[in-house]
Design a binder for this molecule. Sequence first.
Ligand code: GLC
Length: 473
Amino acid sequence: MKTTVYIITLLLFVSCQQKKKEEPEGAITKVDYLKESRADFDKRMAWWRDARFGMFIHWGAYAVPAGVHNGEETEFIAEWIMNSARIPITEYEDYVRQFDPQQFDADRWMQLASEAGMKYLVITSKHHDGFCLWDSKVSGYDIMDFSPYKKDVLKALSAACKKYGIRFGLYHSIMDWHHPDAQSINEPHYWNFEGGNKINPRFPEYLEDYLKPQLKELVEAYDPDILWFDGEWVDDYTHEQGQALYQYVRELKPEIIINNRVDKGRQGMQGMNAEGNFAGDFGTPEQEILATTSDFDWESCMTMNDTWGYDQTDENWKSTAQLLHNLVDVTAKGGNYLLNIGPTAEGVIPEASVVRLQEIGKWLKTSGEAVYGTQRLEKGYRQPDSLLYTRKKGSDTFYAIQMAELPPTITLENLLGNENTTISLLANQEISLEWTISENGKITIERPGDLDLSSWDNTKAWAFRVENAKEKL
Ligand code: GLC
């Protein structure tokens, strides 16, 4: 009897010990997000890849001077005015004290984004000037504590996004000209493009005690779908810190999507990563579109004029046709398009932006299926001079988009048709089209005689849906 009890106790002890070894009490299995499988990555990126078109908003206290400080126009982009006009912190804080956007209406803004056919938003929670658009617990330099407005802008916008089915994203600057531990120590709060920016020995403290707690606040309070970092180029910030920050944010919200500016891989304005193991889910070409396709996901961000933040002196607006052609070009190459608006300090979106967004939206309403949920062709996404192609994901439906005046006939060199092929013009599906298919499968579409060509004058983009076809490889 004694021996049996002894043996049972021994067995129990051994099994407990084994269990302990496998699962030490209280330990959480840590997922290494830098080693995500391709399948998990594809799953996480699926909505973003289908979305194609997003709204970027640069908004903050720089909208008060709006490109002009002490009567002098600054040459550089308006949100950089603190740096380019060498405005001392205390003086810049006066602009923050004047930031009181009484006309801000989150619902109207997101209604416009929705009308424009935009599927996600990325708004500056904090730009390089350090001013925060929400009630940050680790900072007094925010919209509740420092500006007279005292309403949480991010709260209103994230709620409006939910209402309109728009995904919510945040731009957050790593560089910070206001925080004492983030400024380069030789020339407080300025960034010098020519170099000579001295490392601040307290930068790691800024990361741990300020930036990370802010990100935690943002993820917990506003449940963003995207974190869009910037200002990663400061010398103080390292590749290791970038990887750790990526891991940190994914731990806060595993399904979140993070741009490549979280790490140090980005190569200039072209925005794609150098060779190496860099963190980040997508590349960020800035003010440019990749010349061709890429196997690394990417998103081109662009302004409608020449500035991100509102600039009262900049009227150099791109045409609606140009902006829409960019969207189609990016889509055909497999990327996303993040188009910027810079609202005024009162909270008004410039009329020139509103008009363009509405015109793009009007086109997308009828022809959007050539953009959303598409994949790029294997080879022939472009046909010189003015045709671009996309394909409805995983199907034999293709789209050919004529990016100029519609000529009397169009030959689709990159597709192969057959007797089951059907074609329609997305802008007007009532019109029955005529086409011919040659013996080798070449499709030629006739321009319909009863088409009102002027109706699409300001976009110059005609999307054809070609069903039951193949890509010519
Ligand atoms: C930049 C600029 C900036 C802008 C951004 C948009 O790197 O510093 O002001 O926010 O890129 O991509």
